[in-house]
Design a binder for this molecule. Structure first.
Ligand code: AMP
Length: 551
């Protein structure tokens, strides 16, 4: 099916062909002919990225009577960003119909500017509910002639507490209007709105209810809490061309992860509720124009972010509810583009994958944590692709003779090896020492790591357990050195170390039993502890005397 088969006005067809729309997406193919040939209302179950703006926007433009200088269509959307995006899309689609006036009004911006824009009545008004009510109360908006009303991202509007505003607005519009409601999920409140305020609502779903976009692949990576950040970095390194969002659960976590990534040299920034509107706009713009590769964001702050072609969505921590997962992962895999949704989960969190799978009717594939060498290979291929795509500068020929002369004595293979070494030595050196995170997840034999039930019962009598490392008097180990080593490796001055015993080849020391995992993990991952093996001493309960803190 082609757009020209849908019965749209030739000016619309010409406008959309200019921006490269050729074939309608599934939601467009379903909604557009329905609106043009039926009077019934529509409930569209579709996420951002499915092309729903054009699905409701093209018939809206088609039905607009430009000679009537009244507001005929109203679009309600949850955020300022989404309003701006919808208005801009509508203006693009109607580029060949310059008489049509589209105005967007939303909170968070000086109302005076918007009041001025409304002096000339728009045919189409795009608004956030709160700001619209404000403008209605000031007598600046008249909804009496609205015959086409769209509720976009209705579930998000409800989440943001707009339900009363929406019903107030609905009641101010004529009962004869046609209503189109779009939502990624269908909570009971939405079903209620459809029941109470819509006529013969016809349901159109892209995929099934709450189902994630079809062109998204879902992966999970097993991690431990203590390794989460390292695993994230490894994944980011493995996808050098990534353009994606790392979702965190709290503002604190968002700030912390973004700051760490920036310090570690990633092209990342944070988007969260503590930013002022100008700061928020600046981050979003940088991300939108791809000057930023990685956006670390909370769910709330990312609402309405109008970015269309994310390669990846990473769940630093899985959200509590399935709807949020659907929204997050719907940001990748947009129209005709494959996307990846990758969740970092601990073995315990893996449980929630099952219930998400059930809700989205898709299965998650396990993903191994890439090894350092795999990252290097990926980065090399990425660099070579970029290299082969680079255009040759017209002035290059002036520099080439000198380069030929210097490189004359090298063979082709040597030149390739030298060039790659020049660029890749730092990365190879970094990864030479990097721990095999995947191996750490598979971990040493169980009894070495986790105290057995018997041990735990024994240890319950006391509160410390005994650890052993393969360094002793032969390695010049003494209590002071041991404490220095633990300090460097664990980096936690509050950790209390109990009795210490040093033999020729081994050192034994007691740590509080609730810190055993932390200490063992630190020894297994820290570069400072390279070559040192740590193990729990089986069947032994630690001594009681403690050395509080360390120098
Ligand atoms: P939406 O779901 O409306 O936010 O649209 C997502 C993106 O897909 C926007 O950038 C649209 O411009 C684009 N888009 C929508 N429909 C089509 C289509 N039929 N062909 C190509 N791109 C489209």
């Amino acid at each position: 099916m082609l757009f020209k088969d849908l019965g749209l006005h030739p000016d619309i067809l010409s406008g959309i062909s200019e921006i490269g729309f050729e074939t309608p997406s599934p939601i467009q193919a379903a909604v557009i002919p329905y609106v043009l040939t039926n009077q019934d209302d529509i409930v569209g179950l579709a996420q951002t990225g499915t092309g729903k703006t054009a699905a409701f926007g093209l018939p809206m433009l088609h039905l607009t009577d430009v000679k009537q200088k009244v507001t005929q269509s109203l679009v309600l959307a949850p955020t300022r960003e989404l309003c701006v995006q919808i208005a801009s899309e509508l203006r693009k689609y109607s580029s060949k119909m310059p008489q049509i006036r589209v105005v967007a009004v939303y909170g968070g911006e000086d109302i005076r500017k918007q009041l001025k824009e409304l002096d000339q009545t728009p045919h189409i008004l795009v608004a956030t509910p709160g700001r619209l009510i404000d403008l209605m109360n000031r007598g600046k908006v008249n909804l009496a002639n609205v015959n086409y009303l769209v509720l976009d991202e209705a579930d998000e509007m409800l989440n943001m507490g707009f339900v009363d505003d929406i019903t107030t607005i609905l009641e101010q519009t004529p009962d004869t209007r046609r209503t189109l409601l779009f939502s990624a999920t269908m909570p009971p409140e939405i079903a209620n709105i459809a029941k109470n305020y819509m006529h013969n609502a016809h349901e159109i779903a892209v995929g099934k209810r709450g189902e994630a976009a079809q062109n998204v692949e879902h992966y999970f990576v097993l991690t431990k809490n203590t390794l989460r950040y390292e695993v994230l970095k490894r994944i980011l390194d493995y996808y050098p061309a990534i353009y994606g969002i790392v979702f965190c659960r709290t503002r604190m976590e968002t700030k912390e992860i973004a700051e760490k990534l920036m310090l570690d040299g990633y092209n990342a920034d944070a988007l969260h509720g503590d930013l002022s509107q100008p700061q928020r706009d600046s981050v979003m713009n940088k991300f939108r124009i791809k000057h930023l590769q990685i956006l670390v964001a909370t769910d709330v702050a990312a609402r309405g972010l109008d970015v269309n072609d994310l390669t990846h969505v990473i769940h630093y921590v899985l959200p509590d509810d399935k709807e949020t997962y659907t929204h997050r992962s719907g940001r990748t895999g947009r129209v005709n583009k494959q996307g990846m949704s990758i969740a970092l989960v601990t073995p315990r969190e893996k449980m929630s994958i099952k219930s998400i799978e059930k809700a989205i009717k898709r299965t998650f594939q396990p993903m191994e944590i890439p090894t350092g060498m795999a990252v290097c290979q990926r980065q090399l291929m990425h660099m070579l692709t970029q290299m082969s795509e680079a255009s040759l500068h017209p002035k290059l020929h002036k520099l080439l003779p000198d380069a030929y002369e210097v490189l004359n004595e090298y063979s082709k293979e040597e030149i390739i090896a030298q060039l790659i070494s020049y660029r890749f030595n730092p990365l190879l050196a970094y990864y030479e020492n990097a721990v095999d995170l995947q191996a750490m997840m598979r971990k040493e034999p169980k009894e070495e790591v986790k105290p057995s039930r018997r041990q735990m019962r024994q240890a319950d009598k006391g509160d410390t357990l005994r650890l052993k490392i393969n360094r002793g008097k032969n390695d010049k180990m003494d209590p002071r050195r041991l404490l220095g080593l633990i300090n460097d490796v664990v980096n936690d001055r509050k950790l209390a170390i109990g009795d210490i015993d040093i033999s020729a080849k081994f050192t034994f020391f007691d740590v509080p039993k609730n810190r055993v995992e932390q200490v063992m993990e630190a020894f297994a991952t820290s570069k400072r502890a390279r070559g040192i093996q740590i193990a729990l001493v089986k069947g032994t309960q630690g001594g009681k005397s403690k050395v509080e803190g360390r120098k």
